[in-house]
Design a protein around this ligand. Sequence first.
Ligand SMILES: Cc1cc2nc3c(=O)[nH]c(=O)nc-3n(C[C@H](O)[C@H](O)[C@H](O)COP(=O)(O)OP(=O)(O)OC[C@H]3O[C@@H](n4cnc5c(N)ncnc54)[C@H](O)[C@@H]3O)c2cc1C
Length: 262
Amino acid sequence: MADYVIIGGGSSGGVIASRLSEDPDVTVCLLEAGGPGTSPLVSTPGAFAALIQDYRINTLNWRFNTDPSKALNDRRLYNPRGKMLGGSSGMNGMVYIRGDRSDFDHWAELGNDGWGYNDVLPYFRKAENNERGEDEFHGSSGPLHVSNGKREFDVYDAFIEAATGLDHQANPDFNGASQEGVGIYQFTVKDGKRASVKACYLDPVMGRRGNLRVEVHARVHRIRFEGNRAVAVEYSQDGQLKTIPCEKEVIVSGGAIIRPNC
Ligand SMILES: Cc1cc2nc3c(=O)[nH]c(=O)nc-3n(C[C@H](O)[C@H](O)[C@H](O)COP(=O)(O)OP(=O)(O)OC[C@H]3O[C@@H](n4cnc5c(N)ncnc54)[C@H](O)[C@@H]3O)c2cc1C
């Protein structure tokens, strides 16, 4: 039994599990189909290229393929996705970039209250522990480590110089006043290691909060309803079908690409 049952321990599910369980008066259960995501392939930023390959031995990646597309002569396109605690934040390119202000404002204009840029900005700031420090757009006391891209090669500066010479504007902060321009990315990396959602939000609290239960290799098959209320979640683990009743809410955070019946 848990107050909140979260399906999928990826970028969104991991954050929600960590934030909800800050309240000691609620119980939270996080169910993740993949494993704990402890491989050095995950924590080593440079191993990203190996993780996204379509290797059969790669159990950290769902290795999806799209349906055949007529526009592509019936070809299927390979689509990697993280299958581990931390989800795709355990295998992504680590570039720290938000949606553009106009994207959020468009959502709000369509009637989605609370999704305008000025509504979501406080949450971006709350999330960040940005090497840049604190300002109007950034926070420095959140769990998510964001570091400056290193200017390791002269070609980076040469590229920016060439672009600004052609009248493109230099932009020192793509997550600041404007996204337009040329500059150096920031990355979700800390001390040379991937700052995944697992590393930033789950590792500091798993096993330390009695109200947070995290189950891995736990693949959800079904949400049980009584009337129009979700009351339990069925999942398989170690070859057994298990059920966890839910008191308050079932949160579906299995990713945008995966099929519900996968
Ligand atoms: C190769 C790659 C590179 C990327 N590069 C960047 C980048 O540089 N910068 C950036 O900002 N974004 C990048 N992204 C995108 C970003 O990582 C995703 O948008 C984000 O992680 C999605 O979060 P999510 O919570 O929606 O899904 P995910 O993080 O994918 O989490 C979904 C989780 O649910 C689990 N799950 C699914 N079904 C079930 C089930 N039935 N039962 C239990 N668990 C289940 C999955 O195993 C997974 O762990 C990249 C993504 C990929 C794949």
